[in-house]
Design a protein around this ligand. Structure first.
Ligand code: ROI
Length: 148
């Protein structure tokens, strides 16, 4: 059994709907359950500013999928939400990022874990802090609270 933290983000076409539906979709995956979820956070866009504000959240999941298989099924969910990869850092209906996968450090061409931007993004750190305890360690980076 694997313990995984996933970040969700949306800034198009009713972001709250896409986040809530995204969480339900993940919970409905085979051999996977959402066991904790953060509140929904509104944030200003990081990167290009000429796009709507984002809604972000982080969930804690247990799953029997291996990392790349989990990436595949999460990308299927993004595609069902009509996510179009038009431009890098552009607006999106639903973005699902694997943040942490057990205590693994992975540098695969499709998947870097822990997520390389995890410690730089307040819209990830704050919801992650909400659903973990004070001592929580991010693999490779150390204590979460030092980054907040
Ligand atoms: N900015 C915010 N606030 N939230 C996001 O989820 C988000 N996602 C992105 C970029 C474009 C980097 N900016 C973001 O991919």
């Amino acid at each position: 059994m694997n313990t995984v933290f996933i970040a969700l983000g949306s800034n198009l076409n009713n972001p709250i709907y896409h986040l809530e539906k995204g969480i339900r979709d993940i919970n409905h995956l085979s051999k996977t359950r959402v066991i904790k979820r953060s509140s929904l956070y509104k944030s200003k866009p990081i990167g290009p500013q000429n796009q709507p504000n984002y809604i972000n959240a982080v969930i804690k999941v247990i799953t029997h999928f291996e990392p790349i298989s989990l990436l595949d099924v999460l990308q299927d969910i993004e595609n069902k939400h009509h996510r179009k990869r038009i431009k890098r850092w552009g607006p999106r209906t639903l973005d699902l990022d694997i943040l942490i996968f057990n205590d693994l450090v992975i540098n695969h061409e499709r998947l870097v874990i822990p997520h390389p931007e995890i410690i730089n993004r307040e819209f990830v750190l704050v919801p992650l802090r909400e659903i973990t305890n004070h001592e929580f360690i991010i693999p490779k980076y150390g204590k979460l609270i030092q980054y907040i």
